[in-house]
Design a protein. Structure first.
Length: 387
């Protein structure tokens, strides 16, 4: 199934992505974001909803949406959320068949999220796991499990995921319990009334419709942590072989550095400028917590030569929302544009590659994996006719 042509009826999980030209029209994704769900969208009464905090904590907590908004300092983060299967279509068509929804290049959104830090909530609960097991701040052992029990999913009785406790407790990791998206209450499709936002980590861990947080010595036992969203070795070519590997392969956490050519589109006709170049635009994403992307390069000769693109200012036009100037862009995407030399003719290709602040550079082509996740080969616009 192509998510570009998917029509949502309300009966099945909502999974769709916008056209790339719409997606990169604004730095902040206020409209036309992607949707990824493993169940239908629950309707939750915010006034009756509560978040339970349990597990290896000294104090069990039951927090209302109101208490999360008023009893804890509120923190804002600009974060690009990305499905682990973003760009799966390219791995499927350019390398080999994979398992999973046929995501193209638009399973990502860049939004402003606001809510209390997860760290502050866990500090109120008190971490039993710290006793005699922590060496220094930021080295806590264990995991923080997130769950939504509002309804069953396609493959489990609830949806769950987890991140390392050390990541959750880092102040600079900016993990929050989000109450607002782009300054407004979170829409139902994106997790209302509360969801986790874990910047730099695969979107599968930013659990929507959050109702439970558990501190544990082990990661989430949920299907989507244990039997999905993992990079299986290339020798695993079918579901039967995968059964031998699920417990041997770690769950995806940090996503790799990436870039996508949004304009021109594949199979389009582009006009050569007087300078012998064509204009190219797209987005780029940093690797994990190594952001932001500070360089994007373009090639019109199959990688023989590269020219640097311009990283567009997040505080300039075009934009729909004002961006808080005191909020960093470490976790955000970078929108870029550039001009690259090209020759007239059919079957031409333009490539992009990104490098983030941590020095991570996008690869030409990653290894194939059965689930088609974490694809970060060079961005490309294929089969262009240059006139």
């Amino acid at each position: 199934m192509s998510v570009e042509t998917y029509i949502y009826t309300g009966d099945e999980p909502l999974n769709r992505e916008p056209p790339l030209e719409q997606l990169i029209a604004h730095f902040i994704t206020e409209k036309d974001g992607f949707d990824r769900n493993h169940s239908s969208i629950p309707v939750i009464n915010e006034d009756a909803h509560s978040l339970q905090v349990d597990g290896l904590v000294q104090n069990l907590l039951s927090l209302t949406v109101s208490s999360l908004a008023t009893e804890f300092p509120q923190h804002t983060v600009i974060c690009a959320l990305q499905c682990a299967g973003n760009r799966r279509h390219t791995m499927r068509t350019q390398l080999k068949e994979v398992q999973g929804i046929d995501w193209f290049d638009g399973a990502v959104m860049n939004c402003i999220w606001t809510g209390p830090r997860l760290r502050d909530v866990l500090l109120r609960a008190g971490l039993k796991i710290r006793e005699g097991k922590v060496q220094t701040e930021g080295e806590e052992q264990g995991h923080v499990l997130f769950a939504c029990h509002q309804q069953p999913t396609e493959d489990d009785s609830y949806y769950g995921g987890s991140i390392p406790l050390a990541r959750a407790m880092r102040v600079d990791a900016d993990v929050i319990i989000a109450l607002k998206m782009n300054g407004k209450p979170i829409p139902p499709a994106h997790g209302a009334p509360i969801r986790i936002i874990a910047p730099g980590i695969a979107g599968a861990r930013s659990v929507k419709w959050l109702d439970k947080i558990t501190v544990s010595e082990t990661e989430s036992p949920n299907f989507y942590q244990q039997r999905d969203y993992k990079i299986l070795p290339p020798t695993v070519t079918d579901g039967e072989k995968a059964k031998e590997w699920w417990d041997k392969v770690p769950a995806i956490q940090d996503m790799p550095v990436n870039s996508v050519v949004a304009i021109p589109a594949n199979d389009s006709t582009v006009e050569l400028g007087e300078d012998g170049c064509i204009e190219v635009r797209g987005y780029a994403l940093p690797s994990g917590d190594h952001g932001p992307v500070d360089k994007v390069e373009l090639s019109g000769d199959e990688g023989a030569s590269w020219v640097e693109a311009e990283i567009l200012s997040a505080h300039g036009e075009p934009r729909l929302l004002e961006i808080p100037k005191d909020v960093g862009l470490k976790w955000a995407w970078s929108l870029w544009r550039g001009r690259v030399k090209a020759e007239k003719g059919k079957g031409k290709r333009v490539l992009s590659r990104a490098t983030d602040k941590g020095g991570n550079m996008q690869v030409e082509c990653p290894e194939w994996n059965l689930r088609g996740v974490a694809y970060n080969g060079y961005g490309e616009a294929r089969n262009l006719e240059v006139v």
